[in-house]
Design a protein. Structure first.
Lengths: 349, 349
DNA sequence: GTGAAAGCGCTAACAC
DNA sequence: GTGTTAGCGCTTTCAC
């Protein structure tokens, strides 16, 4: 291990000596704890500034809080997550908490390892974004540390909170929009079955999508939902299979933007015109949707607000709330050129 | 703070008792330290498994290592960074180290806060990706913890390592390609001057780009490098200004892909055809470049390899190396439809 | 309102 | 090879 200047470290003891008070007094000032006079608080604060003292987090963690919250993200490639992160930053602004991120890489075992590592490092709370673990696993983690999940519906969970949009409604919105735009053979491309679990948001969107088509009079075999079983790299193959099938769809719903962008790429590569030959709709209304070259209709789930709410819930949990709270926001469709079949407006150059 | 079951925590002491050995012995097994018999190691390992013991990182950090490395990222929106992260994961695979990420949000004060927080949490080492701090600041941090920087050239730095591609060469490659493709009025859009510093990779790319044009006989006033002074949101306005200027460029180099994708969007929104009216080239060869709708020519800087090397360098530093090492890889152009003026191949549908 | 002192779970001397 | 023990920098009783 690299050498660290031992003698120079400013500790709580250094500050106490400089201010001429006890270590305990400094600790209290540090934690804004009850029972210090204004005079002492001032003296201590001045010494801390003078010595530019920074409390040693690992040491704090041994007895109390570390003021660190962990954020577990499913991956780094989903363009929707930065919106959530912005919301988390909003929620943390003005507090002492600092977010530290881990990347689960779509594997529940990696996720588990990261969660353990974070708990072992004494984080005060954990926000999980699009994680793959089952609700029962989450209950277990929740007994060790306060958690809030995003992108996982568990309305009955008591031991942890959640923040989501109404994914069933979102799926329905897409189907309704497709039909309103004059598309007649809607299809959906979704997450592979391998990693599916009942709480998964993709499944909720599928249900909303399918239910809306049923309501519109579609027969079961005309409700086409294809899954990209080998993940993101499998989307192109899945699209191709769909486009070569007897009843070729005329509109495709990608369960999330980062899938829909792949769909867009695949569809164009195969020579179809968007939106005339094929309408395409995503979910998340993430930043790339607005690019002229994508011009992707998408469902906005208000990620920043979700991030904000999740953070609020987490801090409340850390402070001691034990009753569960599940925040849900209603999504909204943002129409762009990729689904404008009726108006005939083409997109791009 | 939420209650944590105190009595149930399995500590090193619990393991020691269960295995019938001393605490020190368990600690040694834990650290793979010298001086334990095979029999004891086995016994201890079995007890650890049986009790599913997990060492308490904060406590470890008070005396030794935490086996955590920090990764400071400039932001979450740059599509190139996931490549680097993949490389870091490669480099860390098979070690005990876990990466934890912080997001600097393009602000050197936020970066500083995160670095401090990470150091206070006793991370063993730090990888900084595209950070905005000056070399002198890095020297200061390097005296507290081993660091490796990515996307910051400081070939003379002794106290820390770096991993980069040759950005000057990369800039030159772009200019050469533009001329070879028949473009006659190349321009570049780069980072705003506000956050520019001499080590910045964007500046290196500018230099390579300008030098190559000079070598090709361009006069100073024909070498056009525009900066988006208000950041990413300013790119569209910058592009518009460029396209409305008297000597309109016929090719634009975006200093990084996430800028180039904005350029592509702006150029198309203004009604220009790519690549015929306007060639566009990015830098990083990140995932979105390959999408049919982007089809963006870009410079590949082998991010995954850079991430791998950075990790290797960091671990060596943590293990005690004090001599600096600066890794540099040579970039390569990946030609796609956005710069194919000569062949006339259009892109997209 | 303030301070002394006992840990928190580990690591690393050092003694055996 | 193995065990004993003194801390690491804090927080938190509990006296005063």
């Amino acid at each position: 291990m690299a050498p660290r200047k031992k003698s120079e470290r400013v500790t709580i003891r250094t500050v106490a000596e400089d201010a001429g008070v006890s270590v305990a007094a400094v600790s209290k000032v540090l934690r804004d704890a009850y029972g210090v006079s204004d005079a002492m608080r001032l003296k201590v604060r001045q010494s801390m500034d003078k010595l530019s003292y920074r409390p040693h987090s690992a040491a704090r963690g041994m007895r109390g809080q570390t003021y660190t919250v962990g954020v577990l993200m499913a991956d780094m490639k989903n363009p929707f997550f930065p919106d959530l992160i912005d919301g988390i930053d909003d929620g943390l602004a003005g507090t002492q908490y600092l977010p530290l991120f881990g990347v689960g890489r779509g594997s529940s075992s990696v996720e588990r390892a990261i969660v353990h590592a974070m708990v072992d490092r004494q984080i005060d709370g954990l926000i999980m974004i699009g994680q793959r673990m089952a609700t029962v696993d989450l209950e277990g983690i929740a007994s060790e540390v306060p958690i809030v999940v995003i992108g996982h519906h568990a309305p009955d969970a008591q031991s942890f909170d959640s923040a989501n949009n109404d994914d069933v409604r979102g799926g329905a919105i897409v189907a309704e929009h497709m039909l309103a735009q004059g598309y007649r053979r809607p299809a959906m491309i979704t997450l592979g079955r391998n990693d599916l679990m009942s709480a998964d948001v993709s499944q909720k969107r599928e249900r909303g999508f399918a239910d809306a088509l049923r309501s519109a009079g579609f027969a079961e075999h005309d409700i086409r939902i294809a899954s990209a079983d080998d993940g993101l790299d499998d989307v192109t193959a899945t699209v191709r299979a769909l486009l070569e099938s007897p009843q070729r769809p005329d509109a495709i719903f990608g369960w999330a933007d980062y899938y829909a962008l792949e769909v867009l790429s695949a569809v164009r590569a195969l020579g179809f015109r968007v939106p005339d030959d094929m309408g395409i709709i995503g979910y998340d209304n993430s930043a790339p949707c607005a690019f002229t070259q994508n011009n992707l209709t998408s469902v906005d789930q208000f990620g920043r607000e979700i991030g904000r709410q999740a953070t609020r819930l987490l801090i409340e949990r850390i402070k001691g709330r034990t009753q569960a709270e599940h925040f849900v926001v209603t999504p909204r469709l943002v129409a762009r050129g990729s689904s404008m079949a009726v108006t005939g407006a083409d997109q791009g150059a």
